[in-house]
Design a protein around this ligand. Sequence first.
Ligand SMILES: NC(=O)c1ccc[n+]([C@@H]2O[C@H](COP(=O)([O-])OP(=O)(O)OC[C@H]3O[C@@H](n4cnc5c(N)ncnc54)[C@H](O)[C@@H]3O)[C@@H](O)[C@H]2O)c1
Ligand SMILES: [Zn+2]
Length: 389
Amino acid sequence: MLSYQGPFSPRRLPENVAMNTSETGPGRMDPVRIDVATPSRAYAVTIADGALDRIGPLLDDLRVPARRFVVSSPLVWRLHGPRLSRSIDATPPILVPDGERFKHLATVTRIYDALVQANADRASAVITFGGGVIGDMAGFAAATYLRGIAVVHVPTTLLAQVDSAIGGKVGVNHPSGKNMIGAFHQPHAVIVDPAVLGTLPRREFRAGLYEVIKYGMTSSPGLFDRIARERKAIFARTPEALTPVIAESCRIKSSVVSADEREAGPRMILNFGHTAGHALEAVTKYRQYRHGEAVAYGMLVAAQLAATRGALAELNRQALADLVASLGPLPPIGDVSAGQLIEAMAHDKKIVAGRLRFVLPTDIGATTIVDDVTEGEIRSALKRVGFRT
Ligand SMILES: NC(=O)c1ccc[n+]([C@@H]2O[C@H](COP(=O)([O-])OP(=O)(O)OC[C@H]3O[C@@H](n4cnc5c(N)ncnc54)[C@H](O)[C@@H]3O)[C@@H](O)[C@H]2O)c1
Ligand SMILES: [Zn+2]
């Protein structure tokens, strides 16, 4: 039984998608199904310990086209490919490098070439099997190959499981900026196996957890408390600890995406921590921090700003700072200055009609969006968080 009984306890899978109980065995978590309903497509996010071993039948149940092309990276394939290939039709996977520095059109071209060579057609599906970089690149290839074929994400990093696999944003970087070339292409399904996180480097795991804290802070006091309460078990990566945390994060992302597929309004709240976070990544040329780490700093800045304005109780600002600190030290700020960050924020995508929009927390689990933050306020919040003048 799934022990999680929080206010947003996700729905169970219907019978036909449920796991075979004789295989589930003692200690295995029941699968969780979360529905995403966007105007362009409705699909299920299935979270199941051991899903990799049953991916073929799961895809059949979810009516994913039968010709399936797995796109993965050499590392992920070496670690987890054998399990996947035992249950999915054994066409050789399309392997491409997955570092952020390979997230560009030349790598996508390699995916197109492999699809062409294998005669992939409209009745084919791309199965992305990797972190956010693989999901974004292979998802973009699927969005554009033959003007769009089916894609299923099987994310293997915590960040990809709770964030990038859901919502349909796909794309690649351009030398002039991150994710400059892309599309919205909703997947046919998302299948999450928490067990794959066992091999994730600790730093990558923590980077994903900061995004989970983001969901707690913006939308779910229950999730926020759960991270604090079960931190040790979460770090031990037991399916019992991970499944409810991933499920609740996916539920929040799914409900926001369902309400606002193209980020016209409500989806904006998921940008909490991302205004200063993106600026920090850009100033340090995407080399010094994992995305989640930069978002952690960004959340601290936004919370400081909100507390100074009196929009967030100091107690709650401190609770966020304590939870972030409890995951371990963030990479140091070094000599990044408040001025550099403010300059970078001036190029932010979230600027509308010349005004920078900030997502400010007002409570644990609640936010407000403001567009009247002054440069002086930002500068003082950055300094309080530790950036030099
Ligand atoms: N589409 C969206 O909505 C969205 C949202 C957030 C982030 N993103 C994108 O996601 C990307 C970041 O994703 P990421 O953090 O997953 O990084 P990533 O894909 O680069 O993966 C991080 C590293 O972990 C390795 N890895 C993956 N799975 C593993 C596993 N199970 N065990 C061991 N190692 C494993 C990868 O090989 C890689 O070296 C960025 O490019 C970002 O723009 C997209
Ligand atoms: Zn993010």
